[in-house]
Design a protein around this ligand. Structure first.
Ligand code: NDP
Length: 246
Protein backbone atom coordinates (compact mmCIF):
# COMPACT_ATOMS: atom_id res chain seq x y z
CA UNK A 1 0.00 0.00 0.00
CA UNK A 2 1.02 3.59 -0.62
CA UNK A 3 0.32 6.22 2.01
CA UNK A 4 -1.93 8.84 0.38
CA UNK A 5 -3.50 10.10 3.58
CA UNK A 6 -4.65 13.74 3.24
CA UNK A 7 -4.16 13.59 -0.53
CA UNK A 8 -6.87 14.36 -3.08
CA UNK A 9 -7.21 12.93 -6.57
CA UNK A 10 -9.17 13.40 -9.77
CA UNK A 11 -9.45 10.44 -12.16
CA UNK A 12 -11.09 10.85 -15.56
CA UNK A 13 -13.21 7.92 -16.70
CA UNK A 14 -13.51 6.38 -13.26
CA UNK A 15 -16.86 4.64 -13.51
CA UNK A 16 -15.61 1.37 -14.98
CA UNK A 17 -12.53 -0.69 -15.76
CA UNK A 18 -9.03 0.63 -15.12
CA UNK A 19 -10.24 4.07 -14.01
CA UNK A 20 -12.58 2.56 -11.42
CA UNK A 21 -9.75 0.39 -10.11
CA UNK A 22 -7.48 3.44 -9.87
CA UNK A 23 -10.13 5.48 -8.05
CA UNK A 24 -10.73 2.67 -5.55
CA UNK A 25 -7.02 1.98 -5.03
CA UNK A 26 -6.21 5.64 -4.38
CA UNK A 27 -9.06 5.72 -1.84
CA UNK A 28 -7.86 2.49 -0.23
CA UNK A 29 -4.47 4.16 0.17
CA UNK A 30 -6.07 7.16 1.90
CA UNK A 31 -6.98 9.74 -0.76
CA UNK A 32 -10.26 11.54 -1.28
CA UNK A 33 -11.20 10.81 -4.89
CA UNK A 34 -13.22 12.64 -7.51
CA UNK A 35 -13.79 10.98 -10.84
CA UNK A 36 -15.54 11.72 -14.09
CA UNK A 37 -17.62 9.49 -16.29
CA UNK A 38 -19.47 9.94 -19.56
CA UNK A 39 -22.84 8.25 -19.05
CA UNK A 40 -22.66 5.19 -16.76
CA UNK A 41 -24.29 6.75 -13.72
CA UNK A 42 -25.16 3.49 -11.94
CA UNK A 43 -21.56 2.32 -12.29
CA UNK A 44 -20.36 5.69 -10.99
CA UNK A 45 -22.58 5.35 -7.94
CA UNK A 46 -21.09 1.92 -7.22
CA UNK A 47 -17.56 3.33 -7.42
CA UNK A 48 -18.51 6.21 -5.12
CA UNK A 49 -19.83 3.70 -2.59
CA UNK A 50 -16.55 1.75 -2.77
CA UNK A 51 -14.53 4.91 -2.19
CA UNK A 52 -16.71 5.85 0.77
CA UNK A 53 -16.37 2.33 2.17
CA UNK A 54 -12.68 3.17 2.62
CA UNK A 55 -13.72 6.16 4.75
CA UNK A 56 -12.79 8.64 2.05
CA UNK A 57 -14.78 11.36 0.29
CA UNK A 58 -16.07 10.53 -3.21
CA UNK A 59 -17.24 12.90 -5.93
CA UNK A 60 -18.69 11.50 -9.16
CA UNK A 61 -18.98 14.03 -11.97
CA UNK A 62 -20.69 13.45 -15.32
CA UNK A 63 -18.32 15.16 -17.76
CA UNK A 64 -17.52 14.11 -21.31
CA UNK A 65 -13.77 14.50 -21.79
CA UNK A 66 -14.42 15.60 -25.38
CA UNK A 67 -16.26 18.64 -24.00
CA UNK A 68 -13.56 21.07 -22.87
CA UNK A 69 -15.92 23.22 -20.85
CA UNK A 70 -17.34 20.22 -19.02
CA UNK A 71 -13.87 18.95 -18.23
CA UNK A 72 -12.73 22.33 -16.91
CA UNK A 73 -15.88 22.50 -14.79
CA UNK A 74 -15.12 19.02 -13.38
CA UNK A 75 -11.66 20.19 -12.36
CA UNK A 76 -13.11 23.31 -10.73
CA UNK A 77 -15.78 21.25 -8.94
CA UNK A 78 -13.12 18.90 -7.56
CA UNK A 79 -10.97 21.78 -6.33
CA UNK A 80 -13.98 23.45 -4.73
CA UNK A 81 -14.96 20.25 -2.93
CA UNK A 82 -11.50 19.09 -1.83
CA UNK A 83 -9.55 22.36 -1.66
CA UNK A 84 -6.79 21.18 -4.00
CA UNK A 85 -5.85 18.41 -6.46
CA UNK A 86 -2.71 16.44 -5.56
CA UNK A 87 -3.07 13.65 -8.11
CA UNK A 88 -4.54 13.99 -11.60
CA UNK A 89 -5.05 10.81 -13.63
CA UNK A 90 -5.93 11.02 -17.33
CA UNK A 91 -7.62 7.68 -17.87
CA UNK A 92 -10.81 8.24 -19.91
CA UNK A 93 -10.41 6.42 -23.19
CA UNK A 94 -12.13 4.86 -26.16
CA UNK A 95 -11.02 2.18 -28.58
CA UNK A 96 -11.87 2.94 -32.22
CA UNK A 97 -10.35 0.99 -35.09
CA UNK A 98 -10.19 1.11 -38.86
CA UNK A 99 -7.59 0.57 -41.57
CA UNK A 100 -6.19 3.88 -42.71
CA UNK A 101 -7.73 3.88 -46.19
CA UNK A 102 -11.22 3.50 -44.78
CA UNK A 103 -10.88 5.26 -41.49
CA UNK A 104 -13.78 7.43 -40.34
CA UNK A 105 -12.53 10.99 -39.80
CA UNK A 106 -15.11 11.45 -37.06
CA UNK A 107 -13.19 8.76 -35.18
CA UNK A 108 -10.02 10.79 -35.64
CA UNK A 109 -11.69 13.82 -34.06
CA UNK A 110 -13.03 11.76 -31.17
CA UNK A 111 -9.71 10.03 -30.41
CA UNK A 112 -7.80 13.29 -30.52
CA UNK A 113 -10.38 15.00 -28.32
CA UNK A 114 -10.48 12.32 -25.62
CA UNK A 115 -6.87 11.05 -25.62
CA UNK A 116 -4.90 14.17 -26.60
CA UNK A 117 -6.81 17.40 -26.04
CA UNK A 118 -8.52 16.33 -22.80
CA UNK A 119 -5.25 15.69 -20.91
CA UNK A 120 -4.01 19.11 -22.01
CA UNK A 121 -7.23 20.82 -20.92
CA UNK A 122 -7.47 19.00 -17.60
CA UNK A 123 -3.79 19.44 -16.74
CA UNK A 124 -3.90 23.15 -17.52
CA UNK A 125 -6.97 23.61 -15.33
CA UNK A 126 -5.79 21.37 -12.48
CA UNK A 127 -2.42 23.08 -12.16
CA UNK A 128 -4.15 26.09 -10.64
CA UNK A 129 -5.00 23.83 -7.70
CA UNK A 130 -1.99 21.50 -7.56
CA UNK A 131 0.62 22.06 -4.84
CA UNK A 132 4.26 20.95 -4.80
CA UNK A 133 4.42 17.17 -4.62
CA UNK A 134 1.63 16.92 -7.20
CA UNK A 135 1.37 14.11 -9.70
CA UNK A 136 0.07 14.02 -13.27
CA UNK A 137 -0.36 10.45 -14.47
CA UNK A 138 -1.65 9.51 -17.92
CA UNK A 139 -2.92 6.14 -19.02
CA UNK A 140 -1.50 5.42 -22.46
CA UNK A 141 -1.30 2.01 -24.13
CA UNK A 142 1.33 -0.53 -25.07
CA UNK A 143 0.14 0.16 -28.63
CA UNK A 144 1.93 3.51 -28.41
CA UNK A 145 5.19 1.56 -28.70
CA UNK A 146 4.26 -1.56 -30.65
CA UNK A 147 1.33 -2.03 -33.02
CA UNK A 148 1.05 -5.77 -33.67
CA UNK A 149 -1.84 -5.69 -36.15
CA UNK A 150 -3.82 -3.64 -38.66
CA UNK A 151 -6.50 -1.07 -37.98
CA UNK A 152 -5.08 0.58 -34.90
CA UNK A 153 -3.10 3.51 -36.33
CA UNK A 154 -5.29 6.30 -34.99
CA UNK A 155 -5.61 4.78 -31.54
CA UNK A 156 -1.84 4.18 -31.39
CA UNK A 157 -1.12 7.71 -32.60
CA UNK A 158 -3.42 9.24 -30.01
CA UNK A 159 -1.81 7.25 -27.19
CA UNK A 160 1.76 7.91 -28.32
CA UNK A 161 1.00 11.63 -28.10
CA UNK A 162 0.89 11.19 -24.33
CA UNK A 163 4.57 10.24 -24.30
CA UNK A 164 5.64 13.57 -25.78
CA UNK A 165 3.14 15.50 -23.69
CA UNK A 166 4.41 13.81 -20.54
CA UNK A 167 8.06 14.55 -21.29
CA UNK A 168 7.20 18.17 -22.06
CA UNK A 169 5.17 18.85 -18.94
CA UNK A 170 7.74 17.03 -16.79
CA UNK A 171 10.10 19.83 -17.83
CA UNK A 172 7.48 22.53 -17.30
CA UNK A 173 6.43 21.29 -13.87
CA UNK A 174 9.65 19.95 -12.41
CA UNK A 175 10.56 23.34 -10.93
CA UNK A 176 7.24 23.26 -9.07
CA UNK A 177 8.00 19.84 -7.60
CA UNK A 178 5.28 18.18 -9.71
CA UNK A 179 5.98 14.94 -11.58
CA UNK A 180 4.38 13.68 -14.80
CA UNK A 181 4.43 10.11 -16.06
CA UNK A 182 2.56 7.88 -18.49
CA UNK A 183 1.60 4.29 -17.72
CA UNK A 184 1.15 2.09 -20.79
CA UNK A 185 -1.11 -0.89 -20.01
CA UNK A 186 -1.15 -4.03 -22.10
CA UNK A 187 -4.35 -6.04 -22.60
CA UNK A 188 -6.43 -5.63 -19.45
CA UNK A 189 -9.72 -7.43 -18.85
CA UNK A 190 -12.35 -4.66 -18.98
CA UNK A 191 -15.50 -3.83 -20.95
CA UNK A 192 -13.18 -2.27 -23.56
CA UNK A 193 -11.13 -5.43 -23.98
CA UNK A 194 -12.77 -8.50 -22.41
CA UNK A 195 -10.47 -11.45 -21.76
CA UNK A 196 -13.09 -13.74 -23.37
CA UNK A 197 -13.59 -11.79 -26.62
CA UNK A 198 -12.88 -13.27 -30.05
CA UNK A 199 -9.66 -11.20 -30.17
CA UNK A 200 -8.42 -12.24 -26.74
CA UNK A 201 -6.42 -15.36 -27.62
CA UNK A 202 -4.42 -13.49 -30.26
CA UNK A 203 -3.52 -10.87 -27.66
CA UNK A 204 -2.58 -13.51 -25.09
CA UNK A 205 -0.21 -14.96 -27.68
CA UNK A 206 1.71 -11.67 -27.72
CA UNK A 207 2.24 -11.53 -23.98
CA UNK A 208 5.31 -12.86 -22.18
CA UNK A 209 3.09 -13.70 -19.21
CA UNK A 210 0.44 -15.31 -21.42
CA UNK A 211 -2.53 -13.77 -19.62
CA UNK A 212 -4.58 -10.58 -19.57
CA UNK A 213 -3.86 -8.07 -16.85
CA UNK A 214 -6.32 -7.06 -14.19
CA UNK A 215 -7.31 -3.41 -13.77
CA UNK A 216 -5.94 -3.54 -10.22
CA UNK A 217 -2.47 -4.32 -11.61
CA UNK A 218 -2.46 -1.02 -13.51
CA UNK A 219 -3.89 0.77 -10.47
CA UNK A 220 -0.99 -0.53 -8.37
CA UNK A 221 1.51 1.26 -10.62
CA UNK A 222 -0.54 4.46 -10.54
CA UNK A 223 -0.67 4.29 -6.73
CA UNK A 224 3.10 3.82 -6.61
CA UNK A 225 3.69 6.86 -8.82
CA UNK A 226 1.18 8.88 -6.79
CA UNK A 227 2.90 8.04 -3.54
CA UNK A 228 6.18 9.01 -1.95
CA UNK A 229 8.04 6.22 -3.75
CA UNK A 230 7.36 7.96 -7.06
CA UNK A 231 8.83 11.31 -6.08
CA UNK A 232 11.97 11.02 -8.28
CA UNK A 233 10.20 9.49 -11.30
CA UNK A 234 9.19 12.00 -13.95
CA UNK A 235 8.91 12.18 -17.71
CA UNK A 236 8.82 8.37 -17.78
CA UNK A 237 6.82 5.95 -19.89
CA UNK A 238 6.20 2.81 -17.85
CA UNK A 239 4.73 -0.31 -19.41
CA UNK A 240 2.44 -2.50 -17.32
CA UNK A 241 1.78 -4.88 -20.16
CA UNK A 242 2.58 -8.46 -19.23
CA UNK A 243 5.48 -8.32 -21.67
CA UNK A 244 3.51 -7.23 -24.75
CA UNK A 245 6.39 -4.98 -25.77
CA UNK A 246 9.21 -7.22 -24.51
P1 NDP B 1 -13.55 0.91 -20.32
O1 NDP B 1 -14.23 1.08 -21.62
O2 NDP B 1 -13.74 -0.34 -19.56
O3 NDP B 1 -13.90 2.16 -19.37
C1 NDP B 1 -13.74 3.45 -19.90
C2 NDP B 1 -14.01 4.48 -18.83
O4 NDP B 1 -13.75 5.76 -19.42
C3 NDP B 1 -15.44 4.51 -18.37
O5 NDP B 1 -15.47 4.94 -17.03
C4 NDP B 1 -16.07 5.55 -19.29
O6 NDP B 1 -17.20 6.20 -18.76
C5 NDP B 1 -14.94 6.53 -19.41
N1 NDP B 1 -15.00 7.32 -20.63
C6 NDP B 1 -14.93 6.90 -21.91
N2 NDP B 1 -15.03 7.93 -22.74
C7 NDP B 1 -15.19 9.03 -21.97
C8 NDP B 1 -15.38 10.40 -22.24
N3 NDP B 1 -15.44 10.87 -23.50
N4 NDP B 1 -15.51 11.25 -21.20
C9 NDP B 1 -15.46 10.81 -19.92
N5 NDP B 1 -15.30 9.51 -19.60
C10 NDP B 1 -15.17 8.64 -20.62
O7 NDP B 1 -11.99 1.14 -20.63
P2 NDP B 1 -10.68 0.59 -19.88
O8 NDP B 1 -10.86 0.67 -18.42
O9 NDP B 1 -10.28 -0.67 -20.51
O10 NDP B 1 -9.63 1.69 -20.37
C11 NDP B 1 -9.16 2.74 -19.52
C12 NDP B 1 -7.97 3.40 -20.19
O11 NDP B 1 -6.94 2.44 -20.39
C13 NDP B 1 -8.30 3.98 -21.57
O12 NDP B 1 -7.60 5.18 -21.76
C14 NDP B 1 -7.77 2.91 -22.52
O13 NDP B 1 -7.45 3.43 -23.78
C15 NDP B 1 -6.56 2.42 -21.75
N6 NDP B 1 -6.10 1.09 -22.10
C16 NDP B 1 -6.90 -0.01 -21.93
C17 NDP B 1 -6.43 -1.27 -22.25
C18 NDP B 1 -7.24 -2.51 -22.10
O14 NDP B 1 -6.81 -3.57 -22.60
N7 NDP B 1 -8.38 -2.47 -21.42
C19 NDP B 1 -5.07 -1.45 -22.78
C20 NDP B 1 -4.31 -0.23 -22.89
C21 NDP B 1 -4.82 0.98 -22.56
P3 NDP B 1 -18.70 5.56 -18.90
O15 NDP B 1 -18.71 4.39 -17.95
O16 NDP B 1 -19.63 6.65 -18.48
O17 NDP B 1 -18.85 5.14 -20.33
Amino acid sequence: MTNLTHKTALVTGGSRGIGAAIACRLAADGADVAFTYRSARADAERVSAQIEAHGRRALAIAADSADRGALEAAVAQTAAAFGRIDVLVHNAGIFLTGEIGAVDLADLDQLLAVHVAAPVVATRAALQHMPAGGRVISIGSCLAERVPGAGMSLYAMSKSALTGFTKGIARDLGPRGITANVVHPGPVDTDMNPADSEHADAQRGLLALGRFGQAEEVAAMVAFLAGDGGRFVTGASITVDGGHNA
